[in-house]
Design a binder for this molecule. Structure first.
Ligand code: PEP
Ligand code: MN
Length: 364
């Protein structure tokens, strides 16, 4: 008899559970609809006044046996889950997300493709210092079959007294060298009003770590028809990084490449800490090509090769590194740039590892 009663009660409980599941999901659908209405009106999804009203009404209607505080705790969890559901919807809608666009984005730069499965190198000096300096590096790149030449013309330095770059003169040098050797140039732009100007000189506009959340700059970069290399901020989370890319895409420019360049941690052995797992995460969550800057992430010449191998092994679309004809006298980042023989050695070792396939050098 006792057993029968137990079974009967369990049956009742199961029915109530089913009803609760149905009701909670019904509530979730309404919350999602509210989220869509709010987002169309530009309103915040979380409304504390409204939440307080709902909690008060639980108190007014509670006839026990649960304590009001217990019920309020349970409902707060339901509110939180509904809010997360709305955020998930929002994340699904990001233009840079793989959910939105499952195929890989392939960026074509001067006829060379990035993100097509062939891993690419970007190399060049930290700063543009002279025509001769950039020309010498360009020749080394040609020998290695590398198409992408980097060099800073506008340098966002930590100290205002450090070399700030040659500015527009630097962009002119880069263009001249690039045209001479049929290379594509990448250089950092730091203010929105220089973006338009940069379009005439550059093949790729770089947005540096210190400017990853300079939203006006991101919007300006999104308004031009030029590929963008966006570097991760010094203390930016992956989600902030993805949202910075979204700023660019939302303005109409989908030719975006991401670059992990190390993040700030307590570790002092390297200049920054290379977040290697960010690469597969970014590849999974977005459809954009992902580079790893081994120079700025480590700040150490002896770590360039192992970290470049790690980057390629973990699925990066390419590696960025700094090369200078005479690093000892470089005007910026002199401790971490390779000289030209070291660069050729680096390339040889990378190829030897089987992780990188050199393009046959063009004879010119
Ligand atoms: C650079 O690549 O020239 C540079 C300044 O790097 P970051 O913005 O990553 O510090
Ligand atoms: Mn540098």
């Amino acid at each position: 008899m006792g057993n029968e009663q137990l079974e009967e009660l369990r049956g009742q409980l199961d029915k109530v559970n089913d009803q609760l599941v149905e009701l909670i999901n019904e509530r979730a659908k309404i919350a999602q609809e509210i989220g869509r209405v709010k987002s169309a009106q530009g309103l915040n999804r979380f409304d504390p006044v409204r939440e307080r009203k709902m909690l008060d009404s639980i108190e007014a209607n509670n006839e026990g046996p649960f304590e009001t505080s217990t019920l309020q705790h349970i409902f707060k969890e339901i509110f939180k889950a509904s809010l997360e559901l709305q955020e998930d919807d929002h994340r699904k809608a990001l233009l840079v997300s793989r959910k939105k666009h499952p195929e890989d984005t392939i960026v074509t730069i001067r006829g060379e493709k990035v993100g097509n499965g062939e891993q690419k190198l970007i190399a060049g000096p930290c700063s543009v210092e002279s025509f001769e300096q950039v020309d010498e590096v360009a020749k080394a790149l040609k020998k290695e079959g590398i198409k992408f030449l980097r060099g800073g013309a506008f340098k966002p330095r930590t100290s205002p007294y450090d070399f700030q770059g040659l500015g527009e003169e630097g962009l002119k040098i880069l263009k001249e060298v690039a045209d001479k050797h049929d290379l594509a140039v990448i250089s950092e732009i730091v203010t929105p009003h220089d973006i338009e100007k940069a379009v005439d000189y550059l093949d790729v506009i770089q947005i540096g770590a210190r400017n990853m959340q300079n939203f006006e700059l991101l919007k300006a970069a999104g308004s031009v028809d030029k590929p963008i290399l966006l570097k991760r901020g010094l203390s930016a989370t992956i989600s902030e990084f993805i949202n910075a890319a979204e700023y660019i895409h939302s303005k109409g420019n989908g030719n975006i490449m991401l670059c992990e360049r190390g993040i700030r941690t307590y570790e002092k052995a390297t200049r920054n800490t290379l977040d290697i797992s960010a690469v597969p995460i970014l590849k999974q969550e977005t459809h954009l090509p992902v580079f790893v800057d081994v120079t700025h992430s480590t700040g150490r010449r002896d770590l360039l090769l192992p970290t470049a191998k790690a980057a390629l092994a973990v699925g990066a679309d390419g590696v960025m590194t700094e090369v200078h004809p005479d690093p000892a006298v470089a005007l910026s980042d002199s401790a971490q740039q390779m000289d030209i023989p070291q660069f050729h050695e680096f390339m040889a070792r990378l190829e030897e590892s089987g992780l990188y396939k050199k393009k046959t050098a063009e004879v010119k």
